[in-house]
Design a binder for this molecule. Structure first.
Ligand SMILES: C[S@@+](CC[C@H](N)C(=O)[O-])C[C@H]1O[C@@H](n2cnc3c(N)ncnc32)[C@H](O)[C@@H]1O
Length: 347
């Protein structure tokens, strides 16, 4: 079969998030998807304007339904077109994103220190596709951990995908704000659920508190007993290995503290070097991953180098992905933050 040419229209808001890096990040995300899940069938990736608007174009033999389903989840994809052989006519390709819930779950909360929701989706996608569970993105209920989850952007994206999600954060205000938000949102959306906050004890000592939520993606699923779980523990992530069962997560994804203060809030935790925290926390996180599971971390390269971050992952027994597209996620966020992504797999 002859090759066809396709064009991805990038979500307009991606330019606000990534400035001039949006096309390069989209290209790297597409290449990870292609290598890991689509079988390397995408070629001649090129960014070019069509009608004065930037598109990411590529060649592929006709895309299957499965291919389109995966492409539909690219974090900055707005629309997908097949390009006419001659000229610039665009034929829309129907999208089938995995989204199981309303997308205001990700956009309503606004606070200093929030990780942008599109970047969070990119990080989760890249980790997921690089894991043994990547090909099953749409046909299994996967389990995701964010061990420094803040007010839950990663957890919300995992819920959007219909997955079970768990989080840990040391900040009590974040814990309360997220628990309050989630309860209100579920009530307003009439999502059948139960939610409770319970104390967490180890050796009879109180180590934190846990939000336990059980819900149905639809009323029908809830009734039939097909339910999803979300838990958030307000505790130090250094305790993560005591909080969850070993070998139980498909991916662990986190946006590490930036080593700079967000807004006016004085977070004691941020005075620690993110590298030291990562090095100490990683052995516990690794125990929670399934074999073939992946850790994906974003962090600020202005305070910790890529080499040091890679060394910490390798030291914890993980195999980092560090070539091709995996080296092209670095981008500027603001004057004090240049963010990068690293991904490593548990053998
Ligand atoms: C960059 S923020 C993550 C923001 C989150 N992705 C969101 O969108 O809300 C880093 C988080 O790490 C948390 N943190 C720092 N040290 C921690 C520790 N030792 N244990 C658990 N969480 C920690 C902070 O409280 C903060 O919420």
């Amino acid at each position: 079969m002859s090759k066809q040419r396709f064009g991805i229209l990038i979500r307009p808001s991606a330019n606000r998030v990534y400035a001039e890096s949006s096309v390069a990040l989209m290209e790297a995300e597409l290449e990870v998807l292609d290598r890991a899940v689509l079988g390397g069938r995408i070629t001649d990736v090129e960014s070019r304007p069509i009608g004065g608007v930037p598109y990411l174009t590529f060649s592929a033999e006709d895309l299957s339904e499965r291919d389109v389903a995966f492409l539909s989840n690219l974090s900055s994809l707005y629309a997908l077109f097949r390009l006419a052989e001659d000229g610039d006519a665009l034929h829309p390709v129907g999208l089938h994103p995995l989204d199981r819930l309303d997308d205001d779950l990700l956009t309503i909360q606004k606070y200093a220190g929030k990780t942008n929701e599109y970047f969070t989706k990119l990080l989760l996608n890249v980790a997921l596709w690089s894991s043994a569970s990547g090909p099953h993105m749409a046909d299994r209920t996967l389990r995701v951990l964010d061990p420094m989850c803040g007010r839950g952007t990663t957890l919300n994206q995992a819920m959007m995908y219909g997955y079970n999600a768990d989080g840990v954060d040391i900040d009590g205000k974040d814990f309360e704000a997220y628990a309050g938000f989630l309860r209100t949102w579920m009530k307003r959306k009439r999502i059948k659920h139960t939610a409770e906050i319970v104390p967490v004890r180890r050796d009879r000592r109180l180590v934190g508190r846990r939000l336990d939520v059980t819900y149905g993606l639809s009323k029908k699923e809830y009734k039939s007993g097909d339910r999803r779980r979300l838990t958030v523990v307000n505790a130090d992530t250094l305790r993560a290995a005591d909080l969850f069962a070993a070998d139980s997560f498909d991916v662990i994804v986190t946006d590490a503290p930036y080593g700079v203060q967000h807004g006016a809030r004085n977070r004691e935790a941020l005075t620690r070097s993110p590298l030291e925290l990562l090095a100490r926390a990683l052995p516990g996180w690794v125990r929670l991953l399934r074999p073939g599971g992946v850790v994906g971390i974003s962090w600020n390269t202005c305070v910790t180098s890529r080499e040091d971050a890679l060394a910490a992952l390798a030291e914890a027994g993980l195999e980092p992905f560090d070539e091709g597209p995996y080296r092209r996620f670095r981008h500027r966020v603001d004057q004090a933050i240049t963010r990068d992504v690293i991904v490593a797999r548990r053998p």
